[in-house]
Design a protein around this ligand. Structure first.
Ligand SMILES: [Zn+2]
Ligand SMILES: [Zn+2]
Length: 130
């Protein structure tokens, strides 16, 4: 039990150390004048955001072609909502509903199909009773 927790804590700090390492390496190429010893983060750097994929705060936006998470070590199809300030996956949408994900649209289309069928069925039923 305890060793299991220890292992998990170790893995957690390991993966975070790795993410930090990747971020620092990238920051040094982005801001070659940055001195890690005197500044925690480069002055121009706006900081990291919460990654909607892994839930860790290692996401940077506006520097790569796509938002990049240094914890996932891959680009994330993410966006930030102006209203609820949530970092969300584009395909999933945000929690306040301003940004609707693809899933929602697909669900909506499916719903329309079902509704359309219901209406058609009701119409044929009505026609029969007439
Ligand atoms: Zn991530
Ligand atoms: Zn929102």
């Amino acid at each position: 039990m305890l060793s299991d927790i220890n292992r998990r804590v170790f893995e957690y700090s390991e993966s975070n150390a790795l993410a930090e390492h990747r971020l620092n390496r990238w920051a040094h190429t982005e801001w070659p004048d940055w001195h890690e010893e005197t500044e925690d983060i480069p002055e121009e750097f706006e900081g990291t955001l919460d990654c909607p994929e892994c839930g860790q705060s290692w996401l940077v936006m506006g520097y790569h072609d796509k938002p990049f998470c240094f914890h996932c070590n891959t680009s994330i199809d993410a966006d930030v909502c102006d209203d609820c300030c949530e970092t969300f996956l584009v395909k999933r949408g945000c929690q306040c509903g301003k940004h609707r994900g693809e899933d929602h649209e697909r669900f909506g289309a499916l719903l329309d199909q079902v509704r359309g069928r219901e209406i058609r069925e009701r119409e044929t039923r009505l026609r029969r009773t007439e």
